[in-house]
Design a protein around this ligand. Structure first.
Ligand code: URP
Ligand code: ZN
Ligand code: ZN
Length: 469
């Protein structure tokens, strides 16, 4: 299968130029002016941007959590991703209590088999080093292409680990070349605040935020950074939501420590007041860390502009409002934590980041594709457009007006965090390794086309297996 993309404005993290791209056997083989190669498919990209397929480093598909299971499985979640211009993501395996890492990996692979629409990798969320996984087994995961370990410092009684487990995992990562990811909140303090709120009869959704103050995120972020320094491992802080967490990351990066952070699309747009919406609407915005005071939104834009934060993910963790979020109608702590977003990241960041003049087009590509690919051992196969890279590309129409609405989305959930928002600029054609996934409103490729990608260790490159010149 060969593809010729003509006259597109190719935008990578570093470059911006008009050229043609020739794709053979799933790989970009030539970039140049006025290419006249014969191809099975020719795409006219005049007036369009050609971007690298976006990489989402933080998603939760088909994941048991909060007494239920996230509503998007691999097929629906990845279909939503494809329509949004994301061609590769890294999903979380959650080690069930008492299970080995191998058993957890098998379970997650079987959930994906035959359903994959885009390429994917896995992080391993470590929950139990006592009864289930051993340090030796953890150390073997990078050989399987699972090169990041995730630890939850919150969700007491569920996913939260002790500092001992966190630190032991960091020591293993220092040995094996894996990246440690943390959900940084002080779970013990939050647990006290939640119990107190409920005892006082405060059960409404906005108490989710009031019982998880920004200081609990700042404290845990700093603790993880200092422990990672002692262990000597690289650290990635997920879903940074507020100034209190940005500050220790900024300090670490200024000092040249091996610390990186991400924020997620929703933290730029949804603020604390959304949680106060009447008739239990507020439950739609119960995710963790919670939506913060609006002032944090400028802090986050500044942090992504200046590379204090290096990536924007979605933390897609979708639940139905009607039937799943409503489990917490009388008790905010029973509302499953998480929100959707896989389909709208590129549209929203292009509109409110690039078009609003907050970040450049190159920086957008870096935040949504190149940096996640580099940090998670996918680059340069993924995250850029270059000879030898996988032909994962988005032909993006910068003039197409779209109003975002749950009625048109591909996620199975029944609401959208950005309902009614009109954006100018949207993916038109999405290619995965040269196969057309999406064309206009059509899903062209069938589930099964996506593949598991064995990722490189932190700081190492993932080289293409074949390059046909
Ligand atoms: O509320 C959230 N973010 N749910 C997903 C799990 C996590 O903490 O990332
Ligand atoms: Zn988290
Ligand atoms: Zn998450």
């Amino acid at each position: 299968m060969s593809v010729l993309i003509k006259n597109g404005r190719i935008v990578t993290a570093a470059d911006d130029y008009v050229a043609d791209i020739y794709v053979e056997d799933e790989t970009v083989t030539l970039i140049g002016e006025s290419l006249d190669h014969v191809a099975d498919k020719v795409i006219d990209a005049s007036g369009k941007y050609v971007l690298p397929g976006c990489v989402d480093p933080h998603t939760h598909l088909d994941m048991p959590f909060g007494g239920t299971v996230t509503v998007d499985d691999v097929e629906s979640g990845q279909t939503a991703a494809a329509f949004g211009g994301t061609t590769c993501h890294v999903d979380f395996i959650i080690q069930p209590q008492g299970a080995t890492f191998g058993a957890a990996l098998e379970e997650w692979r079987s959930k994906a088999n035959g359903k994959q629409v885009i390429d994917m990798g896995y992080h391993m969320a470590v929950t139990d080093l006592d009864e289930g996984g051993t340090l030796e087994e953890l150390a073997s995961l990078p050989d399987e292409g699972i090169t990041s370990y995730k630890l939850f410092m919150a969700y007491k009684g569920a996913l939260m680990v002790s500092d001992e487990t966190l630190f032991k995992t960091m020591e293993v990562a220092a040995e094996t070349g894996a990246l440690v990811m943390v959900h940084a909140e002080n779970g013990d303090a939050i647990d006290v605040l939640v119990k107190k709120a409920l005892a006082e009869g405060n059960t409404a959704p906005h108490f989710h935020a009031l019982t998880r103050p920004p200081e609990t995120e700042g404290e845990a972020t700093n603790r993880a950074i200092q422990l990672a320094r002692v262990a000597g491992c690289p650290l990635y802080v997920v879903h940074v939501s507020c100034q209190e967490a940005v500050e220790p990351i900024a300090l670490a990066r200024e000092k040249g420590w091996d610390v990186w952070g991400e924020t997620c699309t929703q933290y730029f747009f949804v603020d604390y007041t959304f949680l106060e919406r009447p008739n239990f609407e507020g439950a739609k915005y119960v995710y963790t860390p919670p939506p913060r005071d609006k002032a944090n939104q400028d802090v986050l834009w500044n942090a992504v502009r200046t590379d204090i934060l290096s990536a924007i993910s979605t933390d897609h963790c979708a639940f139905l409002w009607d039937g799943q979020k409503t489990m917490g109608k009388d008790d905010f702590s029973k509302i499953p934590n998480g929100g959707p977003g896989l389909e709208n990241r590129l549209q929203m960041i292009h509109e409110f980041g690039v078009r609003a003049g907050r970040i450049s087009l190159n920086r957008m590509v870096e935040l949504l594709a190149t940096s996640p690919a580099k940090l998670f051992g996918l680059y340069p196969r993924k995250g850029t457009i270059a000879v030898g890279s996988d032909a994962d590309m988005v032909v993006f129409d910068p003039d197409k007006k779209v109003t975002i609405t749950a009625a048109d989305q591909h996620s199975k959930t029944d609401y959208n965090l950005y309902e009614g928002t009109t954006v100018t600029g949207s993916p038109e054609v999405v290619l995965l390794r040269g196969h057309v996934l999406v064309e206009g409103d059509e899903l062209v490729a069938s589930p099964g086309i996506g593949q598991f990608v064995a990722r490189a260790r932190f700081g190492q490159e993932l080289r293409p297996t074949t390059v046909t010149a």
